[in-house]
Structure formats: structure tokens, C-alpha cells
Design a protein around this ligand. Structure first.
Ligand code: ADP
Length: 266
């Protein structure tokens, strides 16, 4: 069973030392949040084979069919102030892009703030949800969904043009245990360096190298309005810098902001 392989690979690690598998669940992020509220430790991983109510950002749905993909959530308890929480999404993007490129040989790119794309199509999504108490972050639930062996013929019609899977791109199955183990290993390495160094220049440079948006014309939608310009990359604190036609640069923090690329040819 792929989950047993994965559990044994995670032994002695920070992320995955407590490992809970659900054949079926509503949402791994919901389960992780409830457990974190009851005191579950940092590094607890909730993994499911199927989600009936997989979630994306801003109330969107994450399609989560059974038997093919990875749906997991990790409980993190970083000692950071709540406004720094989006940096966790950025480090997760670097970890996921690197791990998925490595396991598949595909060129995986990050679409700010929270998607992993291959050839412009969505392969994986990241959903970080924070719970704070005053100026303290109580915990962050980091949810990651990866389309691994989902067959193109099984994609819902609405996703056929915009989504992809490792199998759809490679034309062969990729073992889920290897993909998930690689993901958790990269995540642990990046998280441990983040705890030591914070959002470092090295992490920002890695993100910028893996970015699929830098240099592209983008449109950002936030509760404050719509803004178009050329994405320049991340600032030293993780904000996305965007240059408009008049030469002024704006900063965007992941949160309630959606980004669209004008030309989706990556
Ligand atoms: P956005 O990319 O707009 O920030 P999210 O990251 O919240 O959106 O992801 C949710 C969106 O991703 C859905 O509205 C849908 O368009 C798309 N989607 C849902 N499930 C999947 C999936 N398994 N693979 C790829 N894309 C998906």
C-alpha cells in the first residue's frame, strides 16, 4: 500500500512524525485545523485518498477524485507574526515545484501565489490557512493537492483546458509514495531553513528562478481593485512587485489577491 511506503519513509522526520491516513475525508485542511486546535503537534500530516469537499482559496473547490492523486495537510507552528504567514505559501511553492520536477523530470513552475504549473496548466495547488491569537500565530495548516495519476479522460470538462497531472504530461504513472515523500522532504528542508533564517535572500532567489510569472504581463484582482502590469518578482519580504505602464511599482501580498496571466503560454 503506497501509504505504508510513505509512512516508513517519513519516520524520524519533523514533517510526518505523526501521520494520519484517511481513505475518505471531507477536507484534509479541515481535519488538520480541528486537530491543531486540540493541540496536535507540529509536523502532523493528514493524508487522504479522496476528498468530498476539497478546498481552494477564496471558497473555491479543489477536485479530489479517489485513487490517483495526493491530498495532504501539514500542521506547522512557526514562531512568526501573522503578517509573515504568506511566506509559508511561498516556501511551500518552492518545495513543491522542486520536488515535483525532480520526481517527474518535468519543468514545474510557480504561479504566484499558490499554484504549480506545467506548460501553463495547473498541476498542484497550495492552500495555507492560519489561525492567530492577537499578535501570535497559533498554527498554519499547509494543504497541498497534487494531480499525480489522474487520467486526462477523467478530468471534469471545466478543467480539461486548465489542469494537468504528472501522468497526463509524462504518459506514464508516477508512484504516489515517491511523489509525496519527495514533497515532504523538500518541505521539511525549506521549513527548517525558514525557522533558522526567516524569509532569506536564498529562498527569494530560488522562488524567482522557479517563477512562471516573472517578466509576464499580469492582472491582479484584490478587494481594493484591479491592477495590470509586468511582474518583476518577489521583494525581500515576499511581496510580489508589479510595474505598471506609468512606471510605478506596486507590492502585492498573497491573501485575497488573484493573478491572471495575459498570455498563458508559459
Ligand atoms: P486560483 O488558482 O484562482 O487561486 P485556487 O488555487 O483556489 O484558485 O484553486 C481552485 C481552482 O483551481 C478551482 O476554482 C478550479 O478552477 C481549479 N481546480 C480545482 N481542482 C483542481 C485540480 N484538481 N487540479 C487543477 N485545478 C483544479
Amino acid at each position: 500500500m503506497w501509504v505504508d511506503d510513505l509512512k516508513s519513509l517519513q519516520r524520524d522526520r519533523l514533517i510526518g512524525r505523526d501521520f494520519l491516513f484517511f481513505p475518505e475525508i471531507d477536507s484534509t485542511n479541515r481535519e488538520a485545523r480541528d486537530r491543531a486546535r486540540k493541540g496536535a503537534g507540529e509536523g502532523t500530516v493528514i493524508l487522504a485518498d479522496y476528498q468530498s469537499h476539497g478546498r481552494g482559496r477564496l471558497g473555491r473547490t479543489w477536485e479530489s477524485p479517489s485513487g490517483a492523486n495526493i491530498y495532504l495537510s501539514v500542521i506547522l507552528r512557526p514562531p512568526i507574526p501573522p503578517p509573515a504567514a504568506p511566506q509559508i505559501t511561498l516556501l511551500a511553492g518552492v518545495s513543491a515545484a522542486r520536488a515535483l520536477s525532480h520526481v517527474s523530470g518535468l519543468e514545474c513552475r510557480i504561479k504566484w501565489p499558490n499554484d504549480i504549473l506545467v506548460r501553463g496548466k495547473k498541476l498542484a495547488g497550495i492552500l495555507a490557512e492560519m489561525e492567530a491569537e492577537g499578535s501570535d500565530t497559533r498554527f498554519i495548516i499547509l494543504g497541498i493537492g497534487v494531480n499525480v495519476n489522474w487520467g486526462k479522460e477523467d478530468f471534469p470538462p471545466g478543467l480539461r483546458e486548465t489542469a494537468t497531472s504528472l501522468r497526463a504530461e509524462k504518459g506514464k504513472e508516477i508512484p504516489r509514495a515517491a511523489a509525496a515523500a519527495g514533497l515532504l522532504r523538500e518541505l521539511e528542508a525549506e521549513y527548517v531553513s525558514f525557522l533558522r533564517e526567516g524569509f532569506s535572500a536564498r529562498l527569494r532567489d530560488d522562488w524567482n528562478r522557479l517563477s512562471g510569472v516573472n517578466g509576464k504581463q499580469v492582472t491582479l484582482q484584490s478587494p481594493q481593485g484591479t491592477f495590470s502590469g509586468r511582474a518583476l518578482g518577489l521583494d525581500s519580504d515576499g511581496a510580489l512587485l508589479v510595474l505598471d505602464g506609468e512606471g510605478s511599482t506596486r507590492r502585492f501580498i498573497a491573501g485575497e489577491v488573484s493573478l491572471r496571466m495575459e498570455n498563458s503560454n508559459f
